[in-house]
Design a binder for this molecule. Structure first.
Ligand SMILES: Nc1ncnc2c1ncn2[C@@H]1O[C@H](COP(=O)(O)OP(=O)(O)OP(=O)(O)O)[C@@H](O)[C@H]1O
Length: 280
């Protein structure tokens, strides 16, 4: 890991996002530390995806600053960059609530597509790729090695040549994360990666996210409704309600915060406590 592991990788400063009369995010400030898994939780419509869309350049925030700080101290103000520069320069990758793999391409091909930019660079944007110049061949070998490494980590090496769309749902979810990791992001933003997973698939997902945190120089920002995943793997949790931050802290602190329990599930305290404990 490069740089100070306890330093911030992301600083969101007084972020607001308005859609006409709707204030989706209101004066939100929070930080994510390098090497941490930071979770953004809150009830439906709390503004979580809007925050992700601001960080990844899909939306330009109405006001506020989003600073990405790399281990070598380079800084990027994300609200000033186009989305393709956010992924290329600031090294922020994301996945979406719905699966966006290329269903007709194989698992391996999906991971190669993620490395297209590097391969294009190695070809000099000319025919060198077609004739297989030594520089291009070496870049292609490393891209295949990286793709195979990630297929192995998600347990899909034996199914590398199967169409992604034919894989079980949980495997597709992990393949999407592997695809994002092939671009070697400094920050990986995951929008509800556990949605639709059964308990066993949820456990495999948690394991993958822990592996990314422990063995790679990638910090994770996570939106997730599945509290068993959030409570198990997050280092820090930020809670939004109606676009406003109502709490932040360790999983234990969040689990015990009556404001969170009340906001998250309304007034049905018994159900709320069960869900915050990861049991529903
Ligand atoms: N493009 C848009 N135009 C108008 N309103 C929007 C737009 N995107 C989001 N909103 C509104 O902003 C608010 C926050 O929505 P957002 O999707 O960010 O919440 P969320 O916490 O991600 O919800 P969920 O958990 O259901 O995905 C909602 O009231 C939503 O209707």
């Amino acid at each position: 890991m490069t740089g100070n592991p306890t330093a911030n990788i992301l600083e969101v400063d007084h972020l607001s996002m308005r859609f006409g009369g709707i204030v989706a995010v209101k004066d939100l400030s929070f930080t994510a530390k390098r090497g941490d898994i930071t979770a953004l939780i809150g009830p439906n419509g709390a503004g979580k995806t809007t925050v992700f869309n601001c960080i990844t350049g899909f939306y330009k925030p109405t006001t506020g600053m989003i600073r990405m700080i790399h281990g070598d101290s380079r800084e990027f103000l994300l609200e000033r960059l186009f989305d393709f520069r956010i992924s290329k320069l600031a090294k922020v990758a994301r996945t979406f609530q719905n699966i966006r793999l290329f269903a007709g391409m194989t698992a391996l091909e999906n991971l190669m597509v993620a490395q297209h930019n590097g391969l294009m660079r190695a070809s000099g944007y000319t025919f060198l790729g077609l004739i297989g110049s030594p520089g291009f061949r070496s870049a292609e070998r490393s891209a295949i090695d990286r793709a195979r490494y990630w297929l192995d980590r998600i347990g899909l090496l034996a199914r590398a040549d199967e169409a992604a769309g034919n894989l079980p749902y949980g495997d597709q979810r992990r393949l999407e994360i592997a695809r994002a990791m092939c671009s070697r992001p400094a920050l990986l933003c995951l929008d509800e990666p556990a949605a639709g997973l059964n308990a066993r698939e949820g456990e495999a997902l948690s394991e993958l996210l822990r592996l990314i945190r422990n063995e790679h120089d990638t910090s994770i920002l996570l939106i997730e409704h599945d509290m068993s995943v959030v409570m198990q793997i997050s280092d820090r949790i930020i809670v939004l309600d109606y676009g406003v931050k109502i709490s932040e802290g360790t999983p234990q602190m969040i689990r015990d915060d009556p404001k969170v329990i009340a906001a998250y599930l309304g007034t049905d305290e018994k159900t709320a406590i069960a869900v915050m404990a990861g049991g529903a």
